[in-house]
Write a protein that binds this ligand. Structure first.
Ligand code: TXA
Ligand code: MG
Length: 346
């Protein structure tokens, strides 16, 4: 479907009722609308409607075997869509909702089967964003919302990113400014006794373990041969406009690689921490915060991956980050964006 015009609503953190009601009407009419959450912008549609879910998959160009996250506006709504809420799920919800944590539990069949891509489980979260919560509540519906990017592209952290990818392909976009966390929610499987991370994200393993003790990680997150338990994790993602290579080493090693590519006549881009600004010799440097403060790197990451225009550079080198705390989510996204290509300093 194409739209002559994708409608824009500009809202602040105290969204006015008329605008929110209008957006809610679109959702109730099974139209799809992008809106901000605390992580990234989501492309929302009525999770009970096959028609609305079809529109989401179509606009994104998303493979239909990749299920969507269902967004709710109160903790108590969860029980309307899942079979039974395990104790570890209850503890995590108390600790982290509203917030960037998505919980996978067996569903009870009340949502469109297209949301769950035919799986027996559903992924649900309560976002911590006043605009998202107001829209869900006004629509009075569970809202399925994947990140509002074309499939394979970096997730959007501003309404402008949504427009770059989806203008004319969706009914509307609610502009509520830049999102805060910058990487998507952590997805956890709560169907078994031990909680398992399927996708690292805004809530860290360390934070989860403080609440429920030992937390497992889907082996596919570290072992290439394993099939991921979260269908979305098997696809290429977050790709910038030129091939990306991660550089695990010091700034001199990174600079050597930059210079070698320049020797081959390539235009080179770098993703650098501010500590190394001006030191890479690249044709274009994009700064992604400081190694000392990972929340800033998470917030800057997707904008940085979108920071190279088509044909502006031929190759991009990026620094790497320690894989603890938010670093796990940052490195998961960078590895995917790089298609696994990483240079190791000897
Ligand atoms: O922060 C976020 O989670 C954002 C905002 C908009 O809420 N949403 C988001 O959705 O990242 P999406 O569709 O881009 O990613 C959803 C991830 C995919 O990796 C998908 O495979 C996984 O969640 N997922 C959904 N349902 C699942 C299920 N039943 N079992 C396992 N993984 C599931
Ligand atoms: Mg996504």
């Amino acid at each position: 479907m194409t739209y002559q015009q994708t409608k824009q609503w500009i809202v602040d953190n105290y969204p006015n009722d008329t605008q929110i009601q209008e957006v809610a009407e679109y959702i109730k009419n099974n139209q799809v609308v992008a809106f901000p959450t605390e992580t990234v912008y989501g492309l929302g549609g009525n999770a009970r409607s096959d028609q609305a879910i079809d529109k989401i998959f179509q606009a994104k160009g998303r493979p239909s075997d990749n299920p969507l996250i269902v967004h709710i506006s109160s903790k108590s709504q969860l029980a309307e869509y899942v079979e039974n809420i395990t104790d570890n799920a209850k503890q995590l919800i108390e600790a982290f909702w509203p917030g960037p944590l998505t919980i996978v539990l067996p569903h009870n069949g009340k949502l469109s089967p297209k949301v769950t891509a035919g799986l027996s489980t559903v992924a649900v979260r309560m976002p911590d964003h006043p605009v998202a919560l107001a829209i869900i509540e006004a629509a009075g519906l569970p809202i399925a919302a994947p990140s509002a990017n074309r499939s394979g592209r970096p997730s959007p952290t501003t309404a402008a990113h949504v427009t770059q990818d989806l203008d004319g392909k969706i009914a509307g976009v609610v502009d509520g400014g830049a999102t805060g966390v910058g990487v998507e929610s952590t997805v956890v499987d709560c169907t078994s006794e031990k909680v398992m991370i399927l996708r690292p994200g805004g809530i860290t393993k360390e934070e989860l373990e403080q609440v429920v003790g030992e937390v497992l990680q889907d082996p596919a997150l570290t072992e290439e041969e394993e099939a991921p338990k979260s269908p979305g994790m098997k696809y290429t993602h977050y790709a910038p406009s030129a091939p990306l290579i991660l550089v695990d080493g010091d700034i001199n090693f990174l600079r050597k690689n930059v210079l070698a590519s320049k020797q081959e006549g390539k235009r080179v881009g770098t993703l650098l921490t501010q500590e190394h600004q001006g030191l890479s010799e690249a044709d274009k440097e994009v700064i992604i915060g400081s190694k000392e403060y990972l929340p800033e790197v998470a917030r800057a990451l997707y904008e940085a991956l979108r920071g190279f225009e088509a044909n502006e550079v031929d190759i991009i080198y990026s620094e790497v980050f320690p894989e603890t705390d938010l670093g796990s989510a940052i490195m998961n996204r960078l590895r995917k964006a790089a298609g696994g290509k990483i240079l190791q300093q000897k």
